[in-house]
Write a protein that binds this ligand. Structure first.
Ligand SMILES: *[C@@H]1O[C@H](CO)[C@@H](O)[C@H](O)[C@H]1NC(C)=O
Ligand SMILES: *[C@@H]1O[C@H](CO)[C@@H](O)[C@H](O)[C@H]1NC(C)=O
Ligand SMILES: *[C@@H]1O[C@H](CO)[C@@H](O)[C@H](O)[C@H]1NC(C)=O
Ligand SMILES: *[C@@H]1O[C@H](CO)[C@@H](O)[C@H](O)[C@H]1NC(C)=O
Length: 526
């Protein structure tokens, strides 16, 4: 008995890992929390201890968890379910607007409002943490190795600087721009800006649009978003600390895309592509779902989910979607919360939560109706399932466009979904034309053909930063340069001056020569 006990304790006591470290996480709410949590679980499994800082009004981030400890900070405003619901409703209404100019303006207004409301909430979280001396002392005593955060929300960036810790990003966008734009050269001639709805092959007018949207995003960020965070820097940090430089000075960027999905573009040595790190082989489904799928026969199954944020679409749209599904021979599994659409047919199963990855990996799944969040699209790529996209806001249209361009998806916009059977046509087109599936399977093969799976890659690099206390050797200091320095305008000015000088001297010399000849001739004449 004693020996077997010993044996058991030997197995239970984890082997001491030499690099078990402490990680402080500042997550983002919403679907980004879902992939951050996967990263946290992976770190926990490697023996690291993870602490998550959350607001007391946090919506997704739970206080209790088996794989992290949490620190809760009181805030007066937070992104909770109620706030999100109102914001999303406003965006959906704007998206459906009839007149195109008005529609565009309203959409811009709403997005604009959203993009300044959230930074204020995040700045308050940082301020409340910094002002809480007890908490700060506790954080300092805890000897964290690094801060892991999504820089889309600035709290983690500010706190990493305040606590003087290495900084690792789990990132796609920074303040509604593609994260790359903060650190890597991004010519607007072939790199479409998020929100432009353009691909990397742009006509002249496309490039005008791209440049304008880039410029507007820049203006908006610099005048409305940056000052909110910069105020925290000015108040609590030594003078001269620039919020942008804090972002650009991060040690590592774990970028949630890869070049199977994203257009090829210049990058930096401290950008690691971990797109699809949350994807994994499908597990068996709950029995009731499995039975439903098996009952679909040869036509098999369509699944639909609009992600975690969108709980309800307007009723007329859900009715249109339900009646389109009713006309399909396939069976449909639809993640739908809210009232049951009246046009729902008996081939459609409504559920309020779906094991999306397991359903996408099921051999009988033929089509995925998605809103175009990166999490879902990466899963579709991983499992090679073609997509009908119903983009709603943010980067969703742009994400879907990347798949549509590669022939794996078909986009139906919210403004058009209830007109001329557009949704039904899209379903039929993607199901009946086999190249959609073939293209997605090609992407799936490309995505899976990597030396290391993306989650292992992400944890490797986080541990790398722990081992070496940062990754400064991978970072250029280009972001500290003035604009004229970065573009070598001073050198061009010098070269131009030299060229001008030579030209002037040549002209003077020639004039002098001519004058002499002319004069001599004149003298001879005389
Ligand atoms: C969060 O803290 C604020 C400020 O102390 C308080 O007013 C609010 O009720 C708290 N919210 C929750 C959900 O605990
Ligand atoms: C946060 O708010 C709760 C009540 O909502 C209160 O009990 C707690 O003491 C507050 N914590 C801090 C640090 O102010
Ligand atoms: C770009 O688009 C034009 C037409 O819009 C097409 O003729 C051209 O072949 C495309 N170029 C590439 C590289 O796909
Ligand atoms: C579904 O409804 C159709 C007609 O509305 C009917 O023919 C069919 O038997 C029903 N299927 C099931 C499984 O109830």
């Amino acid at each position: 008995i004693i020996s077997s006990c010993l044996l058991i304790t030997c197995f239970i006591v984890p082997l001491p890992t030499c690099h078990s470290g402490k990680v402080l996480v500042f997550p983002m709410e919403g679907s980004n929390w879902l992939n951050m949590e996967i990263l946290i679980k992976a770190l926990h499994a490697q023996g690291h201890s993870v602490t998550v800082a959350r607001a007391n009004k946090s919506w997704y981030v739970k206080e209790e968890s088996s794989h992290y400890r949490s620190i809760t900070v009181n805030v007066t405003a937070g992104v909770d379910e109620q706030v999100a619901k109102i914001i999303l409703q406003r965006l959906i209404n704007a998206e459906r607007g009839q007149s195109s100019v008005l529609h565009f303006l309203r959409l811009q207004m709403e997005t604009f409002r959203l993009k300044t409301e959230v930074p204020k909430i995040n700045a308050e979280l940082a301020t409340n943490m910094i002002q809480n001396k007890e908490l700060i002392n506790m954080l300092k005593d805890s000897q964290y190795y690094l801060v892991l955060t999504d820089p889309c929300w600035g709290t983690g960036v500010l706190m990493a600087h305040y606590l003087q810790l290495a900084l690792v990003f789990n990132v796609r966008g920074v303040n509604s721009r593609d994260g790359h734009q903060s650190i890597a050269p991004s010519p607007t001639s072939y790199i479409p800006v998020i929100g432009s709805g353009l691909t990397d092959n742009m006509t002249y007018t496309d490039r005008v649009k791209n440049m304008l949207i880039h410029f507007l995003a820049q203006v908006h960020y610099n005048f409305f978003v940056r000052p909110i965070y910069q105020a925290v820097c000015d108040k609590y940090f030594q003078t001269g600390v620039d919020f942008d430089e804090l972002i650009q000075g991060a040690d590592l960027w774990l970028m949630r895309v890869d070049f199977v999905f994203e257009f090829p573009r210049p990058t930096m040595p401290n950008v690691i592509y971990v797109g699809g790190f949350h994807c994994k082989p499908a597990k068996p489904l709950p029995q009731d779902l499995e039975d439903f799928i098996q009952s679909s026969g040869v036509h098999r199954v369509i699944i639909m989910s609009l992600g975690t944020l969108i709980k309800e679409l307007p009723r007329d749209i859900t009715a249109e979607i339900a009646s389109a599904f009713a006309q399909m021979p396939q069976k449909v599994i639809w993640r739908h919360i809210g009232d049951r659409p009246v046009t729902l047919s008996n081939n459609t199963l409504l559920i309020d939560w779906m094991p999306q990855n397991d359903l996408l990996g099921h051999p009988k799944t033929r089509l995925f109706v998605a809103h175009g969040g990166t999490n879902g699209l990466q899963e579709a790529i991983y499992h090679g399932v073609p997509v009908v996209g119903l983009p709603i806001f943010f980067d969703q249209y742009d994400n879907l466009l990347r798949l549509q361009m590669r022939g794996g998806a078909k986009i139906v916009t919210l403004a058009k979904v209830d007109k001329d059977n557009n949704f039904l046509k899209a379903l039929k087109e993607v199901l009946n034309e086999p190249h959609h599936k073939e293209n997605m399977q090609k992407l799936s093969k490309l995505h899976r053909d990597q030396p290391m799976n993306p989650l292992e890659l992400a944890t490797f690099w986080i541990e790398f930063v722990m081992r070496h206390k940062g990754a400064a050797h991978l970072r250029t200091e280009s972001y500290r340069m003035a604009l004229y320095f970065y573009h070598s305008l001073d050198i061009m000015a010098l070269l131009l001056a030299v060229v001008l000088l030579i030209l002037l001297m040549t002209v003077a010399f020639i004039r002098c020569l001519c004058f002499n000849m002319f004069c001599r001739r004149k003298i001879k004449h005389d």
